[in-house]
Design a protein around this ligand. Structure first.
Ligand SMILES: [Zn+2]
Ligand SMILES: [Zn+2]
Ligand SMILES: [Zn+2]
Ligand SMILES: [Zn+2]
Length: 259
């Protein structure tokens, strides 16, 4: 009962046509489960349509206008901030926003991010997109930039400048004390477990003790993990074995010539 009331209230809210509303209240009065489900289905489809046709609010549109103006002035850093304010409103956004934002992100060198918003724009609008040709041109420029980041030795794959890793002196590897022998190079024999002898049952069911062949009766042998060096080489934890670390600075790939 309580649920029916709130449902009716919500139906009122979304402004159904009079005939439709009276039709649904008629069904409601019967407390028929099937009718209830029918209304639920209708209601669901209405909210979906509702969400799609909702226009971005005034504040969002004002920010959008501001961002486009900043872009026009070549002030892409400010436009970036304005677009982010639009996203932060968490309300309905104009679809062209993703296109304009992709252009802005391209200008400030955030190529990966630009690619994401361009994809979003083309996904939403397809070939009928208002800026379809411009999007294809931007895609072309992005492809070249992203490929450059791939071939550029000065930056990572996201186009951020890299700096040599001090921890591993750019080798990507560090030596650490072997955890098995604790750097002692010798470790308890793995065959006799340090007992110096191995035990076997003979054909008469008697136990036969033999000097361990692996450690020659010493109970310990060269550590198998570090091969007796006492050290283990592992990937540098500071750079994940890459030998360099990424910075926050966008690379212009100066070492690669503009074609
Ligand atoms: Zn390192
Ligand atoms: Zn070891
Ligand atoms: Zn042994
Ligand atoms: Zn680069």
């Amino acid at each position: 009962m309580k649920m029916n009331n709130s449902l009716l209230k919500r139906i009122d809210l979304i402004n159904l046509s009079n005939s439709y509303a009276s039709f649904s209240s008629l069904l409601m009065k019967r407390y028929n489960i099937i009718a209830f489900l029918m209304i639920l289905v209708c209601f669901t489809s209405f909210t979906v349509v509702n969400a799609q046709t909702t226009k971005p609010n005034k504040k969002v549109m004002e920010l959008f206008k501001e961002a486009k103006q900043q872009m026009g002035e070549g002030n892409y850093e400010s436009a970036n901030i304005t677009f982010r304010k639009m996203l932060a409103t968490r309300s309905v956004l104009p679809t062209e926003m993703s296109y304009y934002f992709a252009q802005t992100l391209f200008q400030i060198g955030q190529f990966r991010n630009s690619q994401n918003f361009l994809n979003k724009y083309l996904d939403l609008n397809g070939k009928g997109a208002e800026f379809y040709n411009e999007s294809i041109a931007l895609q072309d420029k992005l492809d070249r930039k992203l490929n450059k980041a791939f071939y550029c030795s000065l930056c990572d794959l996201n186009g951020y400048k890299i700096t040599p890793c001090e921890t591993c002196k750019m080798t990507g590897k560090i030596q650490k004390t072997c955890p098995y022998c604790r750097g002692q190079s010798l470790a308890r024999c793995t065959l006799c477990n340090g007992k110096t002898v191995t035990v076997k049952k003979n054909v008469f069911g008697e136990f036969e003790y033999r000097t361990c062949q692996q450690c020659k009766g010493k109970g310990y042998s060269t550590c198998e993990l570090c091969h007796g060096t006492g050290l283990l080489e592992t990937n540098c934890p500071d750079c994940d074995g890459k030998g360099h670390q990424s910075t926050n600075e966008i690379c212009t790939h100066p070492n690669l010539e503009e074609e």
